[in-house]
Design a protein around this ligand. Structure first.
Ligand code: AMP
Ligand code: MG
Length: 331
């Protein structure tokens, strides 16, 4: 049975209070953060967190990230050494509130369902007035994965959340479009040399500038970061193909959708089938990526050739999401 999903607005103080009240009752509320919309629940309540897994259809082996106001709130949720906490504090001073999740051994108060049975927990302090206000009102950390049905593109606007979770959750707090547009960087501080588990807006060089040498994430299937095993970000009923310039050119006259840079579109001229212009630089690209995928879904095309961005460090997080959203184009 669908439930009534309340529409709340982040610029109304009474709606922020309402969101916190629903969360305190153990309900699920989608909340805007600077990365993507999160589907929040009381992170210390196994029952509330169970609701996240069922609303999203999320595999039980995919752990959740806890969201807190500050490093002071994170420390009691970890069972870590003084040295590890010093590194976490240095990272939080540089990047929190912001898109960096830190993995350390979990304190015993964290329900197993949050960590998917691992002995570690990922924690971050998200940026954004709305999410910070809700966290301040709630006296508990918020467990919050992306507010979408598992496997679909992450939501960067309230209507994306409505599209896949409307009728399944108590409320959506609309805060407009999220600024960063892709999920947080995840770093694991448990070993001697910290390890990058998921690339994001905070780059490996940003991390190195604060804590020195860190090891890079291994390819997908990484046991240390179970979520990377699952399919992600996929628009439904579309074959998304990452294509080089020649392939875009050869498809220009076809009926397939094309997503490419402005320069290439201008060079190749008018076409009849749908075309999406993609930004030329990584941050603006990340900010619109998931919205473009949802727009492609709504357009009714069944095949989209998407121009592969440069394979450079600056594009790393975008390329990570694209690779998992797409089927590789036939060579
Ligand atoms: P999301 O689905 O964006 O909320 O991000 C959750 C992802 O963060 C998971 O799929 C993992 O890749 C990573 N993650 C969360 N908790 C942990 C953990 N305890 N250890 C390793 N990776 C984690
Ligand atoms: Mg997700």
């Amino acid at each position: 049975m669908p439930i009534n999903t309340e529409s709340l607005h982040s610029d109304r103080p009474e709606d922020i209070v309402r969101a916190a009240a629903l969360l305190t009752q153990g309900k699920l509320v989608a909340i805007p953060t600077e990365t993507v919309y999160g589907l929040a629940a009381n992170g210390l309540s196994a029952d509330a967190v169970k609701g996240i897994f069922s609303a999203k259809g999320r595999p039980a082996d995919n752990p959740l990230i806890l969201h807190v106001a500050s490093i002071e709130a994170a420390i009691p949720l970890w069972a870590a050494t003084t040295k590890q906490l010093e590194i976490a504090a240095a990272l939080s001073a540089a990047f929190w509130p912001g898109p960096l999740s830190i993995v350390l051994k979990a304190a015993s108060a964290i329900p197993d369902i949050v960590t998917a049975g691992l002995d570690s927990v990922a924690i971050r302090a998200p940026a954004g007035e709305a999410v910070q206000s809700v966290i301040q009102l709630c006296q508990f950390p918020l467990a919050a994965p992306s507010a979408n049905v598992s496997g679909r593109p992450s939501p960067t606007r309230a209507d994306h959340v409505e599209r896949t979770l409307g009728g399944r959750i108590a409320a959506i707090l609309d805060g407009g479009q999220t600024t960063i547009g892709i999920e947080s960087t995840v770093v694991d501080l448990r070993s001697e040399r910290p390890q990058l588990l998921r690339p994001g807006a905070i780059s490996i060089d940003d991390l190195r500038s604060v804590i020195g040498e860190i090891s890079d994430s291994r390819p997908s299937g990484n046991a240390a970061s179970p979520g990377l095993r699952h399919r992600h970000y996929q628009p439904v009923n579309i074959s998304l193909r990452l294509a080089n310039r020649e392939m875009i050119e050869s498809q220009w006259a076809s009926a397939a959708g094309i997503a490419c840079s402005q320069d290439l579109a201008v060079e190749l001229g008018q076409r009849r089938a749908p075309i999406w212009i993609m930004p030329d630089t990584p941050e603006p690209y990340a900010a619109v990526l998931y919205d473009r995928l949802y727009t492609m879904e709504r357009s009714g095309v069944t095949e989209v050739y998407l121009q592969r961005p440069p394979q450079t460090d600056a594009w790393r997080a975008v390329n990570d999401r694209l690779t998992r959203a797409a089927e590789a184009a036939p060579q």
